[in-house]
Every structure is written in structure tokens, then in C-alpha cells.
Design a protein around this ligand. Structure first.
Ligand SMILES: C[S@@+](CC[C@H](N)C(=O)[O-])C[C@H]1O[C@@H](n2cnc3c(N)ncnc32)[C@H](O)[C@@H]1O
Ligand code: SF4
Length: 374
């Protein structure tokens, strides 16, 4: 590890999905034929180009998407071995794959393990047919449950399950039943997201036209609070607004983002961050592949973050951390007036230059973040 530079992570974006879910605005492509090898070659080329300035060995490697569980396992294995060979991976590195329930079976789990994947993040979203349909997902409740059971038995070092609340037709009682079902399994990490209506999605148009009516903010908030209480009681540590972990199972890759460690983003639409510079890759998959295979960097935009912007973003991200918040150090004075006002209101707590949200602040998180905008 080069001096003064914390060890970082590598993110690989795999953009292909079988179908685009109505709420999703991630960089996703749904072609009839997936270009497994061409995409692998492009990622390997980008890795070769970008690895030069990156201080290894990496602490984490994360395959996100899209649906990276669709990728030929031989391709995943090659990417892992090239990361080893170029920037290096720590011996204890966390290597995560996002998997959709449709792709999970015992044979695949064993192949992922042999390829070096030691953590799965399973996109269950709901364990009820009606809400899976409302969320426009392609798996059913049987598949969701079987996938969780299979992953529980497979022998991963850790795994996470993603669940969403605030789906169409879901009431507080439905959500409580969903939590019962999830808590029936021994899941080491849970990512629980309130459904957000992202611009330019099918869902956004449906909501606008009144075709879909989502639970209101009050109900969403009640679901969030119930989740927090129930999961804490069940032994989960609520360490970030959407993240719950059993002891020893916090997501190291995401924690790396929140600690502002450098990360190398590879793949269509991926972001990277190093030495105060943030960049984003081209989002069109065909263009990403062609550019890389021509030996050129697929950067679409890059930005050198000023020290003020970095300080502000550190505050925004830090307030979502519920395990001690963020120590702003000498940047504290930049936000002193706004922070004092929020402290008086009871929304944040302060110890010297360290700030953290209170339970009341957590209730009004969006308003709190808005109030801190410069
Ligand atoms: C982009 S997905 C990729 C993983 C996988 N393809 C899947 O769908 O499960 C990562 C996670 O983001 C969450 N997510 C995506 N769009 C969201 C939205 N509009 N509101 C809330 N959560 C969302 C979902 O819970 C999903 O599991
Ligand atoms: S939610 Fe997941 S499966 Fe659905 S389109 Fe987005 S990335 Fe693909």
C-alpha cells in the first residue's frame, strides 16, 4: 500500500438484465443476446488502463448491476484473477456478487465460491407474490424463499438480502408480515430500502398519471420505524440508514465509500473516485465496449472536487451513518451555523467536531439534509 493512501475498493458494473423493472434507473441494458466475452474483454482492458495509478492491494471487490449473476462464471473468475494480478487483492478481501433470485441454485453457488466470490447480495425485494408483481419483478415468492434457503446453506462468508418497502398496495400490517418472514431466516446482513420514485422511470410515469398509488410518507415512515425497532430487537446493528448487520457482517465495500476510500469503478456507467477526482464512464454499453477495445479510457465526465464540495459531501454521507456519524475536523466551522441550528432543534448531536443524527433527526432525515444545503 502506498503511503498516506488508504487501501480502496474495486467496483465492476455489469449492466445486463433480463428485463428492466419499472422503478429502476440504474445503468441497465436488456438485449436479446448478452455479449459475455466482449464485455469481459472491455472490463479487462479498462482495468489494465486504470490500475496503473491505483494503490493496491484492494480491500474489496464488488460486482454490481444490472444483474451480474447472469455473467458467465468463467468471465467473473477471469476478472477476479486479473484484479489479483494487476492491483492485487488483500488476502481477506471481501468479494461480493449481486445476485437475482432467478439465478440462484446450489450448483451456481458452489461455482461462484470456487471463482472466489465470498459474499452474495441477493435482490429478493419481497417474499410475497402480490408485491413482487407490484414491483414488476420477474421472480415469484417460491423462488425468493428457495433462493434465501439455498444461500443460507451454501457456505458464503457473509451475505445480504435486499428488501423494499412502500410498494404499491402495501400497508403497515403487510410490511410487518414481510419482516416476520425475513426474520425467520438467519440472514447476516439486510439492506432495506424505501421505494423511491426515480425520474424517467416507468414507475414515475405511472405515478404521475395516477395509475399507481404508493403508500404516503406517513405510512413509509411507519414502515421505516417498525423495521428499525424490529431488527434492532432481533440483534441487528442499524449502522446506516438502509443497512442492518449482525456483528461482524457490515458491508465493507459500502463502508469504504462512506469512509472516502479511493475506489476504482469499471464497466459501463461506473463511477470512480481517487485523489479528490471523481469520474463516470459512458453509459451506453456498446460504446463502452468499443471504446475500451480500442484501448481508450471510457470516461464520460470527470470532476475535481473542491475542498468545500468534499467537506459538504462528507457531511451528507456521514449523517447517514448511525454508528458514530462523522468527524468533520477543521471543516466543522464551514457548517457551524447550520449545524448549531439543527442541534438546537434536536435533530443532531455533537461531540466536539463529530456530528451524528438523533432519533428525531432520523425521522426527518430528508428535511435535515435539505436544511444543511449551503
Ligand atoms: C440496482 S439493484 C441491482 C441488483 C439486482 N439486479 C436487483 O435488482 O436486485 C440494487 C438494489 O437497489 C435497490 N433499488 C433499485 N432501485 C430502487 C428504487 N427506485 N427505490 C428503492 N430501492 C431501489 C433494490 O433494492 C436493489 O436490490
Ligand atoms: S432492479 Fe435489478 S433486475 Fe431490475 S432492472 Fe434494476 S438492476 Fe435490473
Amino acid at each position: 500500500v502506498s503511503q498516506g493512501s488508504p487501501a480502496g475498493g474495486v467496483y465492476v458494473h455489469y449492466p445486463y438484465c433480463r428485463h428492466r423493472c419499472s422503478y429502476c434507473n440504474f445503468v441497465v441494458a436488456t438485449p436479446k443476446r448478452i455479449r459475455h466475452e466482449a464485455y469481459r474483454d472491455a472490463v479487462l482492458k479498462e482495468l489494465e488502463l486504470r490500475s496503473v495509478g491505483f494503490h493496491g492491494p484492494a480491500r474489496t471487490l464488488y460486482f454490481g448491476g444490472g444483474t451480474p449473476s447472469l455473467w458467465d462464471i468463467a468471465c467473473l473468475e477471469e476478472v477476479i484473477s486479473h484484479v489479483h494480478a494487476t492491483i492485487g487483492l488483500r488476502e481477506d478481501a471481501e468479494i461480493t456478487l449481486e445476485a437475482n433470485p432467478e439465478d440462484v441454485d446450489e450448483v451456481r453457488c458452489q461455482s461462484w465460491l470456487s471463482a472466489g466470490i465470498n459474499r452474495l447480495s441477493l435482490g429478493v425485494q419481497s417474499t410475497r407474490d402480490s408485491f413482487l408483481a407490484a414491483a414488476d419483478r420477474r421472480h415469484d415468492e417460491g423462488k425468493a424463499i428457495r433462493a434465501i434457503e439455498t444461500v443460507c446453506r451454501a457456505g458464503f462468508r457473509s451475505f445480504s438480502v435486499d428488501v423494499m418497502f412502500g410498494l404499491e398496495g402495501q400497508g403497515a400490517a403487510d410490511w410487518s408480515t414481510e419482516l416476520d418472514r425475513i426474520l425467520d431466516f438467519d440472514i447476516p446482513h439486510l439492506s432495506i430500502y424505501g421505494l423511491t420514485v426515480e425520474p424517467r422511470t416507468v414507475l414515475a410515469r405511472q405515478v404521475e398519471r395516477g395509475r399507481v398509488l404508493l403508500p404516503n410518507d406517513g405510512v413509509q415512515h411507519e414502515m421505516f420505524t417498525t423495521t428499525r425497532h424490529r431488527l434492532q430487537k432481533a440483534g441487528y446493528d442499524h449502522y446506516e440508514v438502509s443497512s442492518y448487520a449482525r456483528p461482524g457482517h457490515r458491508a465493507q465495500h459500502n463502508t469504504g465509500y462512506w469512509e472516502w476510500r479511493p475506489y476504482l469503478g469499471l464497466g459501463a456507467g461506473a463511477h470512480g473516485f481517487m485523489d479528490s477526482c471523481r469520474w463516470q464512464n459512458v453509459t451506453r454499453v456498446s460504446r463502452y465496449i468499443t471504446t475500451c477495445l480500442e484501448g481508450k479510457l471510457p470516461t464520460q465526465s470527470e470532476e475535481n472536487l473542491s475542498s468545500e464540495t468534499l467537506a459538504f459531501e462528507r457531511l451528507m454521507v456521514g449523517l447517514r451513518r448511525l454508528d458514530g456519524g462523522v468527524d468533520l475536523g477543521s471543516d466543522f466551522k464551514l457548517f457551524e451555523t447550520q449545524l448549531m441550528a439543527q442541534e438546537e432543534r434536536g435533530w443532531i448531536e455533537r461531540h466536539g467536531t463529530r456530528v451524528q443524527v438523533t432519533d428525531e433527526g432520523l425521522r426527518w432525515m430528508n428535511a435535515l439534509l435539505l436544511a444543511l444545503m449551503p
